[in-house]
Design a protein around this ligand. Structure first.
Ligand code: PLP
Length: 378
């Protein structure tokens, strides 16, 4: 059994431990200043952008540094709809930074709609087609690449085909890549994305820095100093951008993803198979198959134990898990699980377990022991 003094972190989907060089950087000025320190900062910022672009296989000028994926999602959604007609739709599995901004658009008078998800929490081609046909006036569609609650992977190429073949005015395809980057192969050009969001702190970078990919420049509704080519005004976080570039190179390069995927998958199978033998444990979704899921996220419920109680009991034993998205932790509701058709009583018993590159087989064993321990008294 693990000692409470040694922590075992299983909440990587909320944030990852830092994995970027923390040594003091040379002083960089404000990238907008014209003196030597300012020019050095500008150079560093553009260097970071080019390095991110090289990993993501997109032109550097399509990338904008933001404060994180929440802001990237927000800018992509509101700015793309600014002064344009048409409906905004989003999958029922989207993160609150999409879901709640769709509601803002509704409050502003725009028509909004839903794209249903299957029982695993992913959009498939049929469900998307149904939604596009039902509404007929879609301008902007938001569909995430990996579900942050269940780990379900979207078939983004199939989504692209439906969107691009759909008759009528073009639909803007926005993809939240937060739980995909560094975990599964991501191909922005092949997926034909119009915009996408990335967060540094999910791949070992600092919090407060992210990327917005925009295939084409757009008129943006937030004004300020004109930084980031007016897409994201405000003094740039140069140090954060350099750290993000470092993390993308170290965590999201194709060879890295491949080499980490195999051991991660092996650990996850071990956890999954062991959980399946526990009577009171229900894997969410119940029919979670081997393929089609990220081997970094798992949702499970323990009958008769509210998720919050289970998470607290495991925390007391030294294990960090969560009851869903950290950004929605103030609300007990689990809208994504509800959209998957999970009954409320079960969804309130759900916990999210997520792993990362330092997780070991031994930690999986210890987590299973801790769960068994908790089940003895709860
Ligand atoms: N999108 C998804 C799928 C996420 O999981 C998160 C964070 O939990 C975000 C967006 C928000 O990212 P950030 O913390 O960079 O704002």
């Amino acid at each position: 059994m693990a000692s409470e003094d040694i922590r075992h972190y299983f909440d990587w989907a909320a944030t990852a431990p830092p994995a970027f060089p923390c040594k003091p950087l040379e002083f960089l000025g404000n990238p907008s200043s014209h003196h030597s320190e300012g020019r050095a900062a500008k150079l560093a910022l553009e260097n970071a952008r080019s390095r991110c672009a090289a990993v993501l296989n997109v032109p550097a000028e399509t990338l904008y540094f933001t404060s994180g994926a929440t802001e990237s999602n927000c800018i992509a959604l509101h700015s793309n709809l600014f002064r344009k007609a048409g409906r905004v739709i989003a999958s029922d599995a989207e993160h609150s930074s999409i879901r709640e901004n769709v509601e803002v658009q509704e409050r502003l008078g725009r028509q909004a709609g839903r794209i249903a998800v299957d029982s695993s929490g992913r959009v498939n081609a049929k469900l998307l087609e149904k939604s596009l046909e039902k509404y007929g006036d879609v301008r902007f569609a938001a569909i995430m690449a990996v579900n942050n609650e269940t780990g379900a992977i979207t078939d983004t190429a199939a989504i692209r085909d439906v969107i691009r073949k759909f008759p009528g005015p073009p639909v803007h395809l926005h993809c939240d890549l937060v739980q995909a980057i560094g975990k599964i192969p991501v191909d922005i050009p092949a997926w034909d994305l119009d915009s996408a969001s990335i967060s540094a702190h999910k791949i070992g970078g600092p919090r407060g820095i992210g990327l917005l990919y925009l295939r084409r420049p757009l008129e943006v509704i937030c004004a300020g100093g004109g930084q980031e080519r007016k897409v994201r005004p405000g003094t740039e976080n140069t140090e954060g951008a350099l750290a993000l570039a470092f993390c993308l190179e170290n965590r999201a390069a194709p060879e890295k993803i491949k080499s980490e995927y195999i051991p991660a998958n092996r650990r996850w199978k071990k956890l999954l198979n062991a959980l399946k033998t526990i009577d009171r444990c229900v894997i969410i979704p119940r029919d979670r198959e081997e393929d089609g899921f990220s081997p970094y996220i798992l949702q499970a419920a323990f009958r008769g134990i509210p998720g919050e109680v289970m998470a607290r009991a495991l925390d007391d034993l030294g294990f960090s898990v969560s009851t869903g998205s950290a950004c929605s932790s103030s609300s007990p509701e689990r809208p994504v699980l509800a959209a998957m058709g999970i009954e409320e009583s079960l969804s309130l018993e759900g916990i999210r377990i997520s792993q990362g590159w330092t997780t070991t087989d031994g930690e999986i064993d210890l987590l299973l022991e801790a769960i068994a321990e908790v089940l003895k008294y709860l």
